[in-house]
Design a binder for this molecule. Structure first.
Ligand SMILES: Nc1nc2c(ncn2[C@@H]2O[C@H](COP(=O)(O)OP(=O)(O)OP(=O)(O)O)[C@@H](O)[C@H]2O)c(=O)[nH]1
Ligand SMILES: [Mg+2]
Length: 831
């Protein structure tokens, strides 16, 4: 596992970036070679610094202490960063490329490869390459002389052999070869040939044995490249520069000339930035013969292997992606936690609102139910009828009394006519002249028209005498009586004789009339009595109706109330469970958020997220990763950071103290809410369907009326065309909960409610609830129908009663005669 210290790399890259700035927009000549080959020494020489040989250490140094390229005197790489060195004497910028040997720390290797990549990116173009080889390495004539360099070239370039066309091969440290330049040349060429042969041999062996690698750290493909490369170098052996850095500048001039010769015919084209134009890599270009004739294409970044330069660089890229990934994940998690917290707060608030209205609704259930007007109105009407009925009964009784009184009078009169009270029809007066009468005879002799036997009464006051020897010859039409008196007392006496008879003409007529009256009175009395009985029956029926309706209504009310209360209680219970769950979620999200925030700031061992961001951002600025992960992280981090305070505040909330309703999200943007016809259930997030059930018992969804309703119509009365019946009806638009939510309706509202054709509406997304509602409305309608029927029966009775009364009235009006003037008063009362 490769250990990468990303912050160290970043720090070094930032530092190194300052050093590569001289390459910006320039033509570069890269100086490449193994660590210690003498790249820096060569550059100082090229820049005109005087060299001297240090006999003691067998090294070469600049005479001047201060020189642009730092020379290292041990086998550890001294140059970490690519180092472009601009010099007014050259139209290009020599670039000291650090050695790529693996004797460096992993992190440094990464820094070096990135540094070189960045230098090439910011330059105008790579004009040429100086590849340096150490002459002393060829002394051994072994593969190791070229192996490390080949590794570098293979890693660095997509096609190292093709790159030779842009390269100047330089051999260094000639002074260390006994026999000087001439021998050095010989050794070099011999060494290269031997290496070539060795490569061929090894390739053959490996191919025969069908193996990828042998004891060295090179693989078969690398042997092939090395063989090809060596062949190409040997093919242009006269171009190999043997650089004597201790000379007076001859080598310098030769190298300069050779560099100038690279792509000289195409210099005019180099105004274009290779970076932007991105021509195809050289490796895809045409054959050698053609290339000699054609200008060489530009070297672009595509000719390099920086991305997958080596495993370290790959690991580094992966590490950056990991950082971005971690960042994305953490920011995602924090944002998620805060969103969850907000959602939980929202839900809690919504539930709290629902709970408040549910509780209010619960407490207002009484008034809601008593507001059920239908039975109340009916009972009121019936009570009025009952009162009227009672009055009628009383009035009928009074009439009966009066009829009875008359009857009594008539009967009495009739009785009186029947007594034998005489009616004088003849009278004779006798005056006693004498002192006394003895055997005085008086003859009463009358003729009468009456056929009945006359009655004779003699005034007894006439004296002390008595009548004797009376011969009464009374017969029809004749009255003849002899009276003999025996009066012993003296004095005058008047004797009146009269005949009393009830059979005279006047009485007869009256008796007849009285009998008629009596019979009529009896009839009337019976009729009135029947009326009273009828009225009493009605009274009983109404009373029992009232009682039964009251009982039914009371039962319905109780049933309804119990149902609704149960619903309310269920809802309240459910809501409080939900609120508790919301609370738990809030706590959980908060705890999670706080934990994530701690991760965000990191602990002493790990990087803090802001540092990670700095690294990813700055490295991305340098390398421009083609990674959506990185791009996303940078973008997300910036947004996240901008809202960081708010996020932090959410996680630091004291959930028990804070007024959570202040934190409710604004949901007014919900377009369907504008219409207020439908609403979203804050818990399920589903749309609530509003079902309207009209008095006629037909139900429909309120949404089907949306077009007929003006916006924001809640709480108002509207006339609408019923979607099914097509009839005009009025509706108070407002759902069950909303109607009850408003504490006390204003007078206008009350008036509006009273205008409504008894429309019930209820909001729900619960089909069972809607069915229950529909059923209860259907039951109510059935009850109303029954009540109406009973009422009609009652009206029939009332009409009958009216008819009887009317008849009675007629009767009394006809009978107001002079003879029975005493009855008039009582009849008037009837009228
Ligand atoms: N005798 C002799 N020593 C040389 C010559 N060129 C370089 N050296 C020595 O080789 C050592 C390494 O030289 P540098 O120029 O630092 O090598 P480099 O290629 O830049 O090494 P890194 O930057 O580490 O990759 C130093 O001690 C130099 O003095 C040379 O031509 N002759
Ligand atoms: Mg160096």
């Amino acid at each position: 596992m490769i250990q990468i210290n990303i912050s160290e790399i970043q720090a070094k890259l930032i530092e190194g970036y300052g050093l590569i700035k001289d390459a910006k927009g320039k033509d570069l000549v890269l100086v490449i070679g193994n660590t210690g080959v003498g790249k820096s020494t060569f550059l100082n020489y090229m820049l005109g610094y005087k060299m001297y040989q240090n006999e003691e250490s067998d090294t070469v140094e600049t005479v001047e202490r201060e020189c642009p390229a730092h020379i290292g005197h041990n086998m550890h790489s001294q140059t970490l960063y690519t180092h472009p060195i601009a010099d007014k004497n050259y139209p290009w910028v020599f670039t000291d490329c650090p050695g790529f040997l693996d004797n460096r720390m992993t992190n440094d290797t990464i820094v070096t490869s990135i540094s070189m990549e960045l230098t090439i990116r910011i330059a105008k173009q790579v004009k040429g390459i100086v590849i340096l080889m150490d002459a002393t390495e060829f002394l051994s004539s072994r593969l190791t002389a070229l192996g490390p360099l080949m590794k570098i070239l293979i890693k660095l370039f997509r096609d190292p052999v093709e790159m030779l066309k842009y390269s100047v091969i330089g051999v260094t440290k000639l002074d260390q070869i006994k026999g000087g330049k001439t021998r050095a040349k010989k050794i070099t060429l011999q060494g290269l040939n031997k290496i070539k042969e060795e490569c061929r041999r090894r390739i053959k062996t490996l191919e025969t044995e069908k193996r990828e690698r042998d004891g060295t750290d090179l693989i078969i493909s690398e042997y092939k490249v090395m063989e090809e490369f060596t062949s190409a170098v040997l093919g242009r052996k006269d171009d190999i520069m043997f650089i004597d850095i201790l000379d007076d500048g001859d080598s310098k001039q030769l190298v300069t000339d050779r560099i100038c010769a690279i792509r000289s015919r195409t210099e005019a084209q180099t105004d274009q930035l290779p970076y932007d134009t991105s021509p195809p890599p050289i490796s895809t270009s045409t054959s050698n013969a053609q290339q000699d004739a054609l200008p060489l294409p530009l070297i672009t970044i595509a000719d390099f292997n920086f991305e997958d330069y080596d495993i370290n660089r790959t690991s580094f890229n992966k590490a950056i992606y990991d950082l971005a990934g971690e960042g994305n994940q953490l920011i995602g998690a924090i944002t998620g936690a805060v969103d969850q917290l907000k959602r939980a707060i929202d839900l809690w608030n919504d539930n709290k609102k629902r709970m408040t209205s549910m509780k209010r609704l619960r407490s207002e259930l009484d008034s809601y139910i008593s507001a059920s007007e239908v039975p109340t109105k009916l009972i009121n009407t019936w009570s009025e009828m009952l009162e009227e009925n009672e009055q009628s009964i009383q009035s009928e009784k009074r009439k009966m009394q009066s009829v009875n009184d008359h009857l009594k009078k008539f009967k009495q009169e009739l009785n009186e006519i029947n007594t034998d009270k005489p009616v004088i029809f003849a009278e004779k007066k006798y005056i006693k002249k004498e002192q006394y009468w003895t055997y005085h005879e008086v003859l009463f002799d009358f003729d009468t028209e009456d056929e009945r036997t006359p009655i004779v009464d003699i005034d007894q006051r006439i004296g002390n005498g008595c009548w004797c020897n009376t011969t009464d010859e009374r017969r029809r039409g004749r009255y003849k009586t002899w009276y003999q008196s025996d009066w012993w007392k003296s004095g005058d006496a008047t004797m009146t004789v009269y005949i009393a008879s009830k059979h005279d003409t006047g009485n007869r007529r009256r008796i007849k009339d009285l009998r008629v009256e009596i019979s009529r009175c009896k009839e009337s009395f019976d009729e009135l009595n029947d009326n009273v009985l009828e009225l009493k029956k009605s009274k009983e029926r109404i009373s029992s109706n009232i009682t039964s309706v009251k009982n039914v209504v009371q039962e319905e009310v109780e049933k309804d109330r119990t149902n609704k209360l149960r619903q309310c209680d269920g809802d309240i219970e459910q809501l409080s469970a939900r609120m508790a769950e919301n609370r738990r979620r809030m706590e959980k999200s908060k705890a999670k958020g706080l934990e994530l925030l701690e991760n965000f700031y990191g602990d002493s061992d790990t990087l803090k997220m802001p540092e990670k961001f700095e690294i990813v951002q700055s490295i991305n600025e340098l390398l421009r990763f083609p990674s959506t992960l990185v791009y996303k992280f940078i973008k997300r981090y910036k947004t996240f950071k901008a809202n960081f305070d708010v996020t932090k505040r959410y996680f630091q909330l004291d959930l028990n103290e804070t007024d959570l309703s202040q934190l409710s999200q604004d949901n007014t943007a919900d377009e369907l809410d504008d219409g207020a016809i439908n609403k979203k259930d804050p818990i399920t997030g589903k749309w609530i369907r509003t079902l309207v059930v009209t008095k006629a018992g037909t139900g429909f969804e309120l949404s089907s009326l949306m077009e007929q309703f003006p916006m924001n119509s809640v709480g108002s009365v509207f006339e609408f065309t019923h979607p099914t019946t097509g009839k005009k009806e009025r509706i108070l638009y407002g759902d069950w909960a909303q109607l009850n939510e408003s504490a006390s309706p204003t007078s206008t509202e009350e008036e509006q409610i009273s205008q409504v054709d008894q429309v019930l509406s209820m909001s729900s997304n619960d089909p069972q609830e809607l069915n229950r509602l529909k059923q209860s409305v259907e039951e109510e309608i059935e009850m109303l129908k029954k009540i109406i029927q009973e009422r009609e029966e009652l009206f029939t009775n009332q009409r009958q009663l009216d008819k009887i009364t009317e008849r009675l009235k007629r009767f009394t009006t006809d009978e107001t005669t002079e003879d029975i003037s005493s009855m008039e008063d009582s009849f008037e009362i009837w009228c």
